[in-house]
Design a protein. Sequence first.
Length: 284
Amino acid sequence: MVGSSGTQALAEIGVIGGSGFYSFLDDVTEVTIDTPYGEPSDSLFIGEVAGRKVAFLPRHGRKHHLPPHRINYRANLWALASVGARQVLGPCAVGGLRAEYGPGTLLVPDQLVDRTKGRDQSYFDGETRADGQTPNVVHVTFADPYCPVGRRTAVATAGAGGWQAVDGGTLVVVEGPRFSTRAESLWHAAQGWSVVGMTGHPEAVLARELGLCYTSLTLVTDLDAGADTGEGVSHEEVLEVFAANVGRMRDVLFDVVKALPEGDERNCLCVNPLGGQEPGIALP
Ligand SMILES: [Zn+2]
């Protein structure tokens, strides 16, 4: 187990995304992390991008065997924090809820709606852990769920690279693993929400609880059932569009990594989420 206290940080930035993002890096070190919340989705794959140390974590496991509702989100964010990552990029595939957000759209949301159920979405759950530590009751501010600096950097960097991102919008996160019904989809769209996904939460709030900067980069792979007149979404369709865009997405991620503030330069709302509340547990 690697801890952050007393050890040199192995990484400063975390990317939650599959092997398509790191497999071609020259020098990748695989690091296994255990956490008080169990095992993360996979090992961390740590490499260097533009002189910045980045820990990649395949969200669904390297064999893509974990469905969205079985991912150990708490262990994933904890693992990234424990190797020293303080800024996290969370690329994910989503469905577009508006006709203008067709496949290939990059949208950097500024809001989210949580429609998941039964996922552990807090480290402050009142449960005594195996190490004997018990978290206090803590409430974090979540009005703005994403790092404003990370968002700004992502939108500007993508645009500079020729991929004009949609700046802002609401990501609604559903439990899955099934796709939405037409009625759900129409309802999501009628609320004015922008895109729908299955993994963006509780990733965002867990990052916030740990004081990490979290930026979601959503890639539209399909038009959701209500925004489309066709047969509805299929998994093949999603994989196809994602595969077609993975190189582009990787380029954007690497450019964003390059442009993110250095670790000790962070000065955003993410840095002190507890605002003086005592956590009761040692945070990584
Ligand atoms: Zn931040």
